[in-house]
Every structure is written in structure tokens, then in C-alpha cells.
Design a protein around this ligand. Sequence first.
Ligand code: V07
Length: 255
Amino acid sequence: MKNLFRPRLKQDQQNLTLSLDKNNIPEHVAIIMDGNGRWANRRGMPRIVGHQNGMKAVKRTTIAADELGIKYLTMYAFSTENWKRPKDEVDFLMKLPQEFLALEMDELVEKNVQVKMMGHTDALPKYTIAAMEEAVKRTENNTGLVLNFALNYGSRREITESLRTAVQEIASGTLQLEDLNEDWISSRLLTKGIPDPDLLIRTGGEIRLSNFMLWQLAYSEFWFTDVYWPEFSKEHLIAAVAEFQRRTRRYGGLT
Ligand code: V07
């Protein structure tokens, strides 16, 4: 099952990186990190081992993205649909932010990464929220790559809530109907202050959006791979960015 063509040498990786156009690096990359459970199953291990290894891939990919010059990285860690999974698995997932903080954060803090969060956090256990808030707080003065975790995120709910706000503000007279435009809506979404993704990556073989950033991905390039998330490496990220550059080159200078 091992991919014999995956470059293993630092030199190969540098050559791959050098093949990219430095002037056309996507500013914001969003990732649907799928295939953790299946990766574990294939090895005869419990699904949670897949999630554990998925967490390591989060750190690895963040560092790789930073090295390529990507400025914003949004990672879909838990969807509003994920509550339907077995309770044991959900309980385990809810402990991952804590574990990430304990095991993986030091290196990211050192690399000047800023952690942000988007999602409907009300429904999460207290210790999950506490760990996320600590990750955000520990990095709030950092100025490097923004690592934005989507946790208990659902795009239709996000859009629905902005619509409710709009109707309320119009009813109370604080918003005029003619001022309700695309910019107003964008400014009320959970991504406020973050540019729309230039590139969406989904691992794990499924070719769908699964209620992820429906508004924000309107003009993004999509890149899908069968690779399971725990196996995602810098080479895959470079391949995705290279494909992004091939597709956007024809507009060169015009966009
Ligand atoms: C989760 C690991 C990645 C693969 C996809 C699902 C499992 C990192 C976090 C995290 C979240 C917030 C934070 C620090 C770390 C995380 C969940 C699941 C729920 F401040 N990975 N990861 N959270 N997985």
C-alpha cells in the first residue's frame, strides 16, 4: 500500500517547493480532514487511533503551510453532523483540543502561529471550550499563520443565523434593506475578518462539501484526494498548490 513515488528526501521536498510560483501561493487554504476512521480500520485499529494520528497531521500540515507562505489555514475538525457518531467516539473527539494543547501547541506557538476558532461552540463540553480558548489566548499576540479550527461548524446554520440577525436589525431599524448586501452577509458569518478560501482540499476520497463554508467557497478551487487524512503530507499540500497554480495561471495578472 505504500506509495513508492512519495519523495522521502529533504532535497526532493525542496525541489518540489521550488517548483511552485512564489507569487501565486493561495492565501487561504481550507481542508476537510476526512478518512481518519478508515485509515485506522485498514490497519485493524480502533477509529480513535485514526483521530489521534489525524491530530499529528494537523500540526505537520500547519508547519508545511507556513513554510509555503500560506497565511490562513482552516481545518474542519468537527461538523454539526458528527454528533450522530457513537458516543465513545464523540467523547474522544471532544478531548482532542486538550490533547492538542498539551502535545502539539508548543511548536506552533514557537512558529508564531495564531489559533482561531469558528463554530457553534455553545453545545461543546466545558473542557473542550476551555482548551480551545487557551489555545486562542496563548497565541493571540502571534502574527504568523492563522490556524482556524472549524469545530461544531455547519454552514447552513451559519447562514441561517446571519439571516436572523439581518431580519432583526431591519425590524428594529438599525439596518436599511438597501444596505443588506453580500459584504454585510460576509461580515456576519463566522469567518468575519478572514478572506474567502482560495483553495479547498478534501482528503479521504469523498467528492462533496458536507455543509462546509458554502458561502465562502463560491469562487474557490477544489482539490480532492483519496489519501486518508493521517497520511497527508507536505508533498500532498505542494501537489494541491501546484494544481491551484496551474488552474489560476491563465488569469495571471488579471486576478
Ligand atoms: C480533531 C484531528 C484532526 C482530524 C479530524 C478529526 C479529529 C485538532 C483539534 C483542535 C481543535 C481546537 C483546538 C486545538 C486542536 C481537533 C477535534 C478533532 C474535535 F484549539 N484536531 N482535532 N479537534 N481531530
